[in-house]
Design a protein around this ligand. Structure first.
Ligand code: SF4
Length: 340
């Protein structure tokens, strides 16, 4: 777990564990995540489904459903006034947490109806969000909501202000959700697979829109995805997750051009590249992700890793250490005591 402050960090997550206590056993969905989100940068959290990336994001906002709960670790948020707040231990229901959730940190989802109420007009929902977090009049909130609908590319925003979510197309609903999330000008936008359900053209438009708004509002973006194409398009930083842990983090060039962790290397090798003409099939990562209730001892990737070292990789869990241009959790770069 890191102890010293990281320059430019907006959010520092260290040793975060979020476990689900089910009748069949404890599912360690997030099991020791170390991660830094920097101001005004876009970080993509990359991983297969079930690797814990969404639960990690929900842990930040403290919206993990029972029987899940944070059992250990720190989520250090640096507020605009310089205060450091540990979101992992902030009291649920406190005014401080309510203010951070929605105003400082906003989240959008794959399915817009997760955020938008089905029987309330779009405009009214955005106005209520603004009034909840900001000291403005109703009339001012309405004008801001219309401006924001316009800003996210919704045609006839004054008319659409009066529309119900079901009257909009999927792409427009996604834009309305982004408008609502950004109406309080958050410092961090968390986007959980925001374009997965959309066609490729709308997907590209929404990603461009998020990138544009990130610059305009000078905010950080955490984009959760399983799609390497999305990462290549928008990421500045990348964290690769596997079985509830970050196995490699670095800037996008380091991760794509010089991946270090065997899992990241296998992921990158499975991507077709323009101009590279290899005959035959693209390599696939061998084996399957283990069942969450049957985690292997030691390194979680060892059952699929060609470089696994018996007696080393099965004895303890590797920590993130500098390797190449990134930070990597693998005993090829550190010994079992964690020394690089
Ligand atoms: Fe493979 Fe061992 Fe590195 Fe895990 S620690 S990725 S098993 S070499």
């Amino acid at each position: 777990m890191r102890t010293e402050a990281v320059p430019g960090a907006l959010l520092e997550i260290s040793g975060l564990k979020t476990h689900f206590f089910t009748e069949d056993g404890v599912v360690k969905a997030v099991d020791g995540v170390d991660l830094t989100v920097y101001q005004n940068r876009t970080i993509c959290i990359l991983g297969e489904s079930g690797c814990g990336k969404s639960i990690m994001a929900r842990s930040i906002l403290r919206i993990v459903d029972a029987p899940g709960r944070i059992t250990d670790g720190r989520i250090l948020y640096r507020a605009a006034d310089g205060r450091e707040i540990d979101l992992a231990t902030a009291r649920q229901g406190s005014a401080q947490l309510r203010q951070i959730r929605g105003q400082d940190i906003a989240m959008i989802f794959q399915e817009p109806m997760t955020s938008l109420g089905p029987i309330q007009k779009i405009g009214k929902q955005i106005v209520e969000t603004i009034l909840l977090h900001r000291k403005v009049s109703k009339a001012e909130a309405k004008e801001e909501a219309i401006e924001m609908l316009d800003r996210v590319g919704i045609p006839d925003p004054r008319q659409r202000f009066e529309a119900y979510p079901f009257e909009l197309s999927g792409g427009m609903r996604q834009r309305a959700m982004i408008a609502m999330a950004l109406s309080c000008q958050p410092r961090l936008l968390i986007a959980d697979e925001p374009t997965t359900a959309l066609d490729v053209t709308t997907q590209a438009q929404i990603l461009d829109l998020i990138a544009e708004l990130k610059e305009e509002f000078a905010m950080a973006v955490m984009l959760i995805t399983h799609d390497l194409g999305v990462v290549a398009e928008v990421a500045e930083d990348v964290a690769v997750m596997y079985m509830g842990r970050v196995v490699e983090e670095g800037d996008v060039y380091a991760i794509f051009e010089n991946p270090q962790h065997p899992y990241t290397r296998a992921l990158m090798a499975s991507v077709p590249r323009i101009g590279v003409t290899k005959s035959g099939r693209l390599p696939a990562i061998k084996g399957m992700v283990p069942h969450p209730l049957a985690r292997p001892s030691g390194c979680p990737f060892r059952t699929r890793c060609d470089s696994a070292m018996p007696g080393v990789c099965d004895t303890s869990v590797p920590d993130l250490v500098p390797a190449g241009d990134s930070r990597t959790a693998c005993f090829l770069f550190s010994d079992a005591t964690g020394n690089g």
